[in-house]
Design a protein around this ligand. Sequence first.
Ligand SMILES: [Zn+2]
Ligand SMILES: [Zn+2]
Length: 361
Amino acid sequence: MSQEVRGIIARSKGTPVSTETIVIPEPGPDDVVVAIQACGVCHTDLHYREGGINDEFPFLLGHEAAGIVETIGDGVTHVAVGDFVILNWRAVCGECRACRRGEAQYCFDTHNASQKMTLTDGTELSPALGIGAFCEKTLVHQGQCTKVDPAAPASVAGLLGCGVMAGIGAAINTGGVRHGHSVAVFGCGGVGDAAIAGSKLAGASTIIAVDIDDRKLEWAQEFGATHVCNSATTDPVEFIRSVTDGNGADVCIEAIGHPEVYKQCFEARDLAGTVVLVGVPNPEMTVELPFIEIFGRGGALKSSWYGDCLPERDFPMLIDLYLQGRLDLGRFVSETIGLSDVEQAFHNMEQGEVLRSVVVL
Ligand SMILES: [Zn+2]
Ligand SMILES: [Zn+2]
């Protein structure tokens, strides 16, 4: 039977979001209805509302969520009713060319629910990143549900569904940060701070945080930065070299998505080091680099989508580390809010006042 719930919709480009009645259809064979307990507010939700992702309005926003499996389709074996799950936007297919060569983190054909959620007039909704979790319940594919230890609060667990996983994975999975490495992280919002936390987990000995906001640099130190550089007043390339014996960092992580910052990352990197781009550029941006330096410095220039994560491998492990007190996921939650506060949360995010606002249902 279909059911009606409340959810947050972006109806058209740039207009404030609204609370609407959403119709959740009966789940198809591989679909699951999840009762959402918490959902973080991510920059990508704002990008959807601004029309920066695509024009498929109206969007059902929210994608960084955790909740309880409520109803399952006939063919669902991956989760059971009552399971505590984190939702993911990388439900790997197992059959595309990336999956077949054993690199499912690059899966080119990830699964989503087989049916559309709608408004009460039948208008089909586009769920953000195939999830749509600023909503009392949502419909997803079973592979989008990753079961984790229910001892973790939903407000904390849900963060692994997007931004925090993107940052931790940018350091560990994409950047290959290991014990003894030096790491520089440019941009200390939620994703950058997660990259710092991930670098600390991996045993990096030098972790340099770069930002233009002293308050964010203080936060970065709480997550494990050993050095901080305010790049509004200090040249970050010179600073990074000065604290790495003149060499530069082994891994430089760009968590802004800006050409000038990317260049700084490129220049602040040691020979044979790795640059990881996890910040999202806009389509108009271009970057110019000395070609001979790209060759001469060796190493790797990489991009990190969703931290190159495999949800089934990474979410339960990171929740276990959280429960053991080794990863302070709770520090990312700046405020908990209600469904109707999402518009205000976008404003707070744009002002740089929060790491994460989390909707709690
Ligand atoms: Zn695949
Ligand atoms: Zn996100």
